[in-house]
Design a protein around this ligand. Structure first.
Ligand code: IMP
Length: 427
């Protein structure tokens, strides 16, 4: 009954899609447990590239049941267009299960996400503008509309009307926007209900029974550890819990059933949106990493901020997630560098910190303390085993492993399905 969690160990975009896909054929269920269509997973199969936002990557493997867990916020219009887009390319989503308890992103959530960001000006979070924060806000405020409400038009109407009574005041009076009409929203969402009905299920029950039957469940996190609402760089975070604890809350699988936690770690660091990022490079080296690594957002197309590997962050991710194995991605991007700096600690006002400082104020002032390691000039994208890597690349991997607090069990050397070196089994 393996239940394996995949979590981003940095600020998201670590290449989780590749890792999920690698395991995809060996698992029976792939579950998204938090976030929504703010996520973006790129999977390359042969000459086909798939960008998935809301659908679990398992949808690409015909023998896997993809599951949207209760912890996800679902924009039904986006979900259906993603399903239709895949269907046009011959990929069926028929097996998809959606938790009846997941919350829906409503038109007012998207409207409020956009206006509040504009209102914050320079202090903005840099959200994806998809209504994620406001949808989670209403969930916690107990004002949310859930997937199961799509099955009861009477309840759906009541909930939409109740929400808009308040949200329209905010939109019109505070932000000078147009009010949203309840009837129109109801009509739109009842249309979605027709199509989504066959997919709505008690996914917690199904997943626990599947584990009882010896099936393998992969829990696929979106975003990353440092974007976690509790453990990230608050307030520059997303509104859910990508960390491994969130996998339980967001799927209904208890902690005692988790067997592995795999942290996905990029061989350097990137971040989208605002917030502290100690190893960020704002010079031509940062631009080089961005261009060489193709660091442009799957979801928003925004340039990702780029910087060197930060071992303090990796150790932190290892600790808060209980990482058992790391999957190191994009090692090939670093080929051709003379020397590769790695951040081993921070300095804050003259004081060395080996761990993330307790306060955000200190973290904002953290200056990286670097150690430099020799690079390699060879193209490693065709390597098929760890031993085929140049000695300096092997040493770089071993150094990151020592600093990061868990073994490195797989290494990505290119975007393709086959460009992965496996050192230990991940399930
Ligand atoms: P939100 O999730 O749209 O509310 O955005 C909050 C923060 O999380 C912003 O800094 C976003 O750029 C960041 N974020 C959300 N999803 C992702 C992701 O998949 N990768 C990287 N950053 C993300």
């Amino acid at each position: 009954m393996p239940a394996v969690v995949l979590v981003g160990a940095q600020w998201g975009d670590e290449g989780k899609g590749k890792a999920t896909d690698l395991l995809g054929d060996r698992v029976d269920y792939v579950v998204r447990y938090q976030g929504g269509n703010n996520a973006g997973h790129t999977v390359v199969i042969g000459d086909q590239k798939y960008a998935l936002h809301l659908l679990p990557t398992g949808v690409l493997s015909p023998n896997v049941v993809p599951v949207i867990g209760n912890g996800v916020v679902v924009d039904p219009g986006v979900l259906l267009s993603e399903i239709d887009g895949l269907s046009e390319r011959g990929v069926s989503s028929e097996r998809l299960l959606i938790s009846a308890d997941a919350h829906l992103i409503m038109p007012h959530h998207k409207a409020i996400d956009k206006v509040t960001e504009r209102f914050l000006g320079k202090a903005r979070i840099g959200t994806t503008g998809r209504g994620i924060g406001p949808a989670y806000g209403d969930k916690v405020y107990r004002m949310g509309v859930r997937v199961q409400d799509l099955l009861d038009p009477g309840i759906l109407r009541k909930k939409i009307e109740a929400a808009l009574q308040e949200k329209n005041q905010i939109l019109t009076k505070l932000y000078n926007r147009r009010a949203i009409e309840a009837d129109k929203v109801l009509e739109e969402y009842l249309g979605y209900a027709e199509r989504l009905k066959p997919h709505i299920a008690d996914t917690s029950l199904i997943l626990n029974r599947a584990l009882d039957d010896g099936k393998t469940v992969l829990l696929e996190g979106g975003q990353g550890t440092l974007l976690d609402i509790d453990h990230g760089t608050y307030p520059f975070v997303t509104s859910s819990s990508p960390t491994s604890g969130g996998a339980c809350a967001g799927s209904g699988i208890p902690p005692t059933r988790l067997t592995r936690v795999i942290g996905i770690l990029k061989a350097y660091t990137t971040r989208v949106g605002s917030g502290p990022f100690p190893t960020e490079l704002t010079d031509e080296m940062g631009e080089w990493l961005r261009t060489t690594g193709g660091e442009y957002g799957v979801t928003t197309g925004r340039n990702r901020r780029c910087g060197w590997f930060d071992a303090v962050i990796a150790r932190y991710a290892s600790r808060v997630n209980g990482v058992t194995d790391f999957f190191l991605t994009k090692l090939d991007v670093l080929s051709g560098l003379e020397r590769i700096p790695v951040c081993v600690a921070y300095e804050v006002d003259g004081v060395r910190h080996d761990e993330i400082p307790m306060t955000q104020t200190d973290f904002h002032h953290a200056k990286p303390v670097y150690e430099e390691f020799p690079g390699w000039q060879e193209d490693i994208s065709g390597a098929t085993s760890f031993d085929e890597l140049p000695p300096n690349a092997q040493a770089y991997v071993r150094t990151l492993e020592e600093m990061s607090g868990a073994r490195i069990s797989a290494i990505g050397v290119g975007p393709g399905r086959t460009q992965t070196l496996q050192l230990h089994s991940l399930i």
